[in-house]
Design a protein around this ligand. Structure first.
Ligand code: MN
Length: 270
């Protein structure tokens, strides 16, 4: 048997294995609840989290996959995240409270996102963070798999700072992982790569974006994706001029005051 035949058979065998033995529960999991729920959350807060799910789908930050959470408004040791569901169809009834270690409080048997450790470990590491978004947006992926850093190219994305860190999962678990943040250890390592930045790219996977409030986080997620698209287009034309540190600071301040305007538009169009 020649090399091509062997590769062909191996390829078919992998496809068959994907179909036969990779059930959905490898990326969706049911965990026993622990503890007592915190004080009830205002409906307006829950509604905003639901709207954020829908906005992020509309702007292609998430598709069937990806998720958005907020830190619990009255209990900083907890966060709120949907059960395992495509963001576009999340409702208030789907929102579950979690401990920062990723254990649910009131899942009541509902499947939870495997990668909830992204959220909990960032909240544990960054007291200033009150919202987290995880995305697989195709626009940002090239900057995680090449040597080209994602950098702010326009005034709408000064929040990126001078460049964007990349999380390399191989540094933590070697080169045979499925690239998913399956454990607290991986969540912690991701939070370490994020450092004090607003965005961390995940090599071969996507990006995670943080904010000190939900609306700011949604704004950053959408404009991170647009920056990636513009930067890629500009790079096709030749050398690119990026924002200087003073411009990063000034644009972050001025654009940051306009987040409600964007949110109100996006909300009205969901
Ligand atoms: Mn993911």
């Amino acid at each position: 048997m020649d090399v091509i035949d062997q590769a062909d058979i191996q390829g078919k065998s992998m496809c068959e294995r994907n179909t036969d033995t990779h059930p959905g529960d490898l990326i969706s999991t049911t965990i026993e609840d622990r503890g007592i729920a915190s004080d009830a959350v205002d409906n307006a807060v829950l509604d905003d989290l639901v709207v954020a799910n829908h906005i992020l789908f509309k702007h292609r930050v998430v598709d069937a996959f990806g998720h958005v959470s907020i830190r619990h408004p009255s209990n900083p040791e907890r966060f709120l995240l949907s059960r395992n569901k495509a963001p576009a169809i999340v409702t208030a009834a789907d929102i579950i409270e979690f401990h920062l270690d990723g254990t649910p409080v009131n899942a009541r048997g509902r499947a939870v996102y495997l990668e909830r450790f992204i959220h909990g470990e960032i909240y544990a590491e960054r007291a200033d963070v009150h919202a987290v978004i995880h995305s697989h947006a195709s626009e940002v992926v090239p900057f995680g798999v090449s040597q080209q850093l994602l950098k702010p190219v326009w005034h709408m994305s000064g929040f990126l700072g001078l460049d964007t860190p990349v999380f390399e999962i191989r540094d933590v678990v070697g080169d045979s992982s499925d690239l998913l943040i399956r454990t607290r250890e991986l969540g912690k390592a991701l939070a370490g790569s994020l450092g004090r930045h607003c965005v961390v790219l995940m090599r071969g996977h996507g990006a995670t974006i943080v904010g000190d409030a939900l609306k700011q986080c949604v704004f950053r997620a959408i404009y991170t994706q647009l920056n990636a698209e513009i930067q890629m287009n500009a790079m096709r034309l030749g050398d690119v001029t990026y924002l200087e540190p003073g411009e990063v600071e000034a644009t972050t301040r001025s654009v940051g005051s306009q987040i409600d305007r964007a949110w109100n538009l996006w909300k009205s169009a969901t």
